[in-house]
Design a binder for this molecule. Structure first.
Ligand SMILES: NC(=O)c1ccc[n+]([C@@H]2O[C@H](COP(=O)([O-])OP(=O)(O)OC[C@H]3O[C@@H](n4cnc5c(N)ncnc54)[C@H](O)[C@@H]3O)[C@@H](O)[C@H]2O)c1
Length: 344
């Protein structure tokens, strides 16, 4: 099969990981890059040897024959760019958070569906190999039927130096990081009917909440707690590890700091090291996330080749995005929020 021709829109902080990953992936390559900031366009174009550069996405779509576009801008530009891709009938990957609001996200899914254009959200955390290892244990049946889960991300890592915009938004940790944890909870325990949320801001220098605790009822009867914090100073900084606990009818799973996976089942306990590989271009502590970028982009190429729907398609991500919206509503009202009403 001929190699797929892709373009990247948004050459910022995280896009560099996506560009490295595209170089590792067979069956696709990036033929053009786009950014409205000439400096970022030049840095990424030079670093990855991409000669075709555009300051304006409309010009990119009008000039290039593309098999897909990878949108790595921040959320405010996602809807116009995804809708532009749909108009040009170009399959599209969009970074998380999918959109500023659930109404925007629904409109984006509809635009792509009406145009018959595949749409995947770059929701990469579930593609981290330690998280995939937890899913594999669940699928093996070793712990029986899960009835409780905890997805936890607690850190004091300075994310603001690399991503200064995170300090300015009224919404912070749920929208930026909690969104990944909520998606992992869905990935492991299924869709959610109700969510109850509490939030706090500890860091006085930021506009949004930096601590969130969410209690969820899953449709299959399981209960989970999703907790995240950027105000938690620990002896050994765990960033960016997601820690997981799952209790099942026959045993337990614990994914602990240091990528230590402990599985207890009817036949005893096994401890496995599920450390992610350090890719040649990756750097600690981001290597866990960087590896997941390769995995999700490879998944996209495989899905396009087979004509199948990506695991984190736009339609799938509406469920995760609705949890974000519901969490903010519930944090304000202190009431549980029902997901079905939001998703109607
Ligand atoms: N999945 C992950 O693990 C992960 C990690 C970090 C960031 N992100 C997400 O990636 C996205 C980008 O984050 P970032 O930190 O790289 O942001 P950034 O601000 O560093 O980069 C965004 C770039 O997009 C460009 N841009 C914005 N609107 C544009 C438009 N309409 N046309 C062309 N260029 C445009 C900006 O000039 C900028 O260079 C965010 O949505 C963020 O949440 C995801």
């Amino acid at each position: 099969m001929a190699e797929l021709r892709g373009a990247l829109i948004g050459c910022g902080f995280f896009a560099v990981n996506q560009m490295h990953a595209w170089r590792d992936i067979e069956g696709a390559s990036i033929v053009a890059v786009c950014d409205r900031d000439p400096e970022r366009l030049c840095i990424v174009g030079d670093q990855f040897g991409i000669a075709k550069r555009y300051a304006d996405a409309a010009e990119l779509f009008a000039s290039e024959r593309l098999d897909f576009v990878d949108i790595a801008t921040t959320a405010p530009s996602h809807r116009p760019l995804v809708e532009m891709a749909a108009r040009y009938r170009v399959p599209v990957i969009c970074q998380k958070p999918f959109a500023p609001t659930l109404a925007d996200a629904k409109a984006m899914v509809k635009a792509c569906s009406d145009a018959g254009v595949p749409l995947m959200v770059h929701e990469n955390f579930r593609w981290q190999s330690p998280i995939q290892a937890v899913r594999a244990v669940l699928d093996s049946g070793k712990i029986g039927t899960p009835f409780f889960g905890r997805v936890s991300f607690r850190s004091a890592y300075d994310v603001f130096s690399g991503q200064p915009y995170l300090a300015k938004g009224k919404r912070f940790i749920i929208e930026d990081l909690g969104i990944h944890s909520l998606d992992i909870a869905r990935f492991l325990l299924g869709d959610v009917s109700t969510i109850t949320t509490r939030t706090v801001r500890i860091n006085p220098d930021i506009a949004g909440e930096d601590v969130a605790t969410m209690l969820m009822d899953h449709k299959n009867g399981a209960t989970s707690v999703v907790d995240c914090s950027y105000a938690t100073k620990l002896a050994v900084e765990p960033f960016p590890e997601t820690l997981i606990e799952i209790d099942g009818s026959d045993g337990t799973i614990r994914l602990a700091q240091g990528y230590r996976l402990t599985v207890t089942g009817k036949s005893g306990t096994k401890i496995i090291d599920v450390s992610p590989p350090l890719l040649p271009w990756a750097s600690r502590p981001w290597h866990n996330i960087q590896e997941s970028v390769v995995a999700i982009q490879q998944h996209w190429v495989d899905c396009l080749a087979k004509g199948t729907e990506p695991a984190t398609s736009g339609a799938d991500n509406l469920q995760t995005f609705a949890l974000v919206e519901a969490a903010y509503l519930g944090a304000q009202s202190h009431e549980p929020v029902h997901l079905d009403a939001l998703l109607k």
